[in-house]
Design a protein around this ligand. Structure first.
Ligand SMILES: Nc1ncnc2c1ncn2[C@@H]1O[C@H](COP(=O)(O)OP(=O)(O)OP(=O)(O)O)[C@@H](O)[C@H]1O
Ligand SMILES: [Mg+2]
Length: 460
């Protein structure tokens, strides 16, 4: 494997050849140029990792080249060469961003190789960092937030505006609208992106547990507290803490949370050591907190601390134009997960997705698509692959036409639909249809046998 790409820039032909030979012998790939402009012309194709350049050259000199190369090859490392007695200019070049310098004429091939090898190493580190950063950006700067609707664009703009600061953010939206996704997007777009993103569901724990989960506890703070434990605030130090379902925090804890937001200080449960952390708090709720305040269940002062900025995520039914995009996104995701080749949806399926009200919002849509991918076997998702609540029963596959259908077909349809609507209970379906459970069972047996049987239906 080549040890790296070195671009040698010198107006003296002999120097170019000599340097090139030494470096090639050591396994580097080289390219040469007689001045700065010629060197720039080679950067795109050659992609040098180290630029080894003379300082004094006609046309564009070493410093000029260094300046211009920053754009064309941002991860390339520059090593300058300078004649004995002009070290000052080399030092100046290093101050302006050159990685190292060598003096000419070169009498120490080992030093040359060592300096170039180090330069390559440095450049590869820079390349790797950039790749990681780009990938992070791709993945997180709304990489997987799908949405073209004005309201979503405005929301993402807000995310970008609030992300850099530590201001508390309150995210409001119905269940499944993407509150957690947006909270993560804020974190990933903030300077805290490389620090922890911690989430705590405040509805899931009873008061004492919630307090210790948030603030940690000392050994023996309560029965079962065998050792000291750090809480989520401590874990999130330097990063972001998402308090999900924040409306469910009991009032005594609301006071403690308020104090934290005012001072960034807290104590572990059962302790008196005051801890200070740097945590950005994002709160999410699917309730109307102002209603909760009026009802005396949520502190108004805490509300104002939490909602320095409020982001409201509109329900999916109010941005129906995003449904096809989201559906395709989830289709790709689950087709890949399940190793299936499905290209898209047929018109009827899209139509059904657009008509539905989506009480469970994006999460419900995601689940519906996952299910359709699992059930589907053709190249396209059809209406019949969608959950029955999404597809209105009057347009469902197999709905018999009147006139046209036989009584047998109508009866079968009525029984199966009713059964599905009541969750599969034959006794409840029987009540609805006004027939006996036994008759339903008999009919089901018959349908499973396939086709119409002429056997006698038992008497009611
Ligand atoms: N705009 C979007 N683009 C892509 N995926 C989305 C979008 N909005 C939500 N999702 C996906 O939908 C699912 C539900 O989102 P999320 O968990 O963030 O919702 P939530 O508002 O926190 O829900 P809940 O109130 O139930 O906690 C997740 O899998 C999420 O990735
Ligand atoms: Mg959530």
């Amino acid at each position: 494997m080549p040890r790296g790409r070195v671009l040698i820039v010198d107006d003296e032909a002999n120097a170019r050849t000599a340097l090139s030979e030494i470096l090639r012998e050591e396994g580097f790939t080289t390219e040469t140029a007689a001045d700065g402009f010629k060197a720039l012309g080679k950067i795109d194709d050659f992609q040098p990792e180290v630029i080894l350049t003379d300082l004094k050259m006609p046309g564009l000199d070493g410093l000029g080249l260094m300046e211009k190369a920053k754009e064309a090859a941002p991860d390339a490392v520059v090593v300058v060469m300078t004649a004995y007695g002009t070290i000052g200019s080399a030092v100046d070049a290093v101050k302006r961003g050159a990685e190292n310098y060598l003096t000419k004429p070169l009498d120490d091939a080992e030093a040359l190789v060592a300096i170039v090898a180090k330069g390559i190493e440095k450049s590869r580190l820079l390349q790797e960092t950039r790749r990681l950063r780009d990938r992070l950006r791709e993945r997180n700067v709304f990489g997987h937030v799908v949405g073209e609707h004005e309201s979503v664009k405005a929301l993402l703009e807000m995310v970008q505006q609030v992300a850099p600061s530590r201001a508390s953010v309150l995210i409001v939206g119905e269940s499944g609208t993407g509150k957690e996704l947006i909270a993560e997007a804020i974190h990933q777009n903030s300077p805290r992106a490389n620090r922890p993103f911690i989430r705590l569901n405040c509805a899931a724990l009873a008061e004492t547990l919630l307090e210790s989960e948030l603030f940690g506890h000392e050994r023996g703070a309560f029965t079962g507290a065998i050792g000291r434990r750090e809480g989520r605030f401590k874990q999130a130090d330097g990063g972001t803490l998402l308090l999900d379902e924040v409306s469910e925090i009991p009032p005594p804890l609301q006071v403690k949370l308020l104090r934290f937001l005012q001072t960034r200080e807290f104590e572990r449960v059962g302790g008196n050591e005051t801890l200070k952390v740097d945590v950005r708090v994002i709160a999410a709720t699917n309730r109307d907190l102002e209603d909760q305040i009026r009802a005396g269940r949520f502190r108004e002062d805490l509300y104002y601390r939490l909602n320095v900025v409020t982001l409201t995520i509109p329900p999916l039914r109010d941005r129906a134009s995003d449904i096809p995009g989201l559906a395709s996104f989830f289709l790709r995701k689950y087709a890949q997960e399940n190793g299936k080749r499905i290209e898209g949806f047929d018109d009827e399926a899209i139509d059904a997705l657009l008509r539905y009200r989506w009480p469970g919002n994006v999460r419900e849509l995601e689940n519906a698509i996952e299910r359709a991918v699992v059930l589907g076997n053709g190249p396209r998702i059809q209406r019949k692959h969608l959950p029955s609540n999404v597809v209105p029963s009057d347009v469902r596959e197999g709905t018999p036409k009147v006139p046209g259908a036989t009584i047998y077909e109508l009866e079968k349809w009525a029984i199966l639909e009713t059964l599905e609507a009541v969750g599969g209970s034959t006794s409840r379906a029987a009540t609805v249809l006004g027939i006996s459970p036994r008759k339903i069972q008999y009919k089901l047996h018959e349908y499973q046998g396939g086709g119409e049987r002429k056997s006698k239906v038992p008497e009611e």
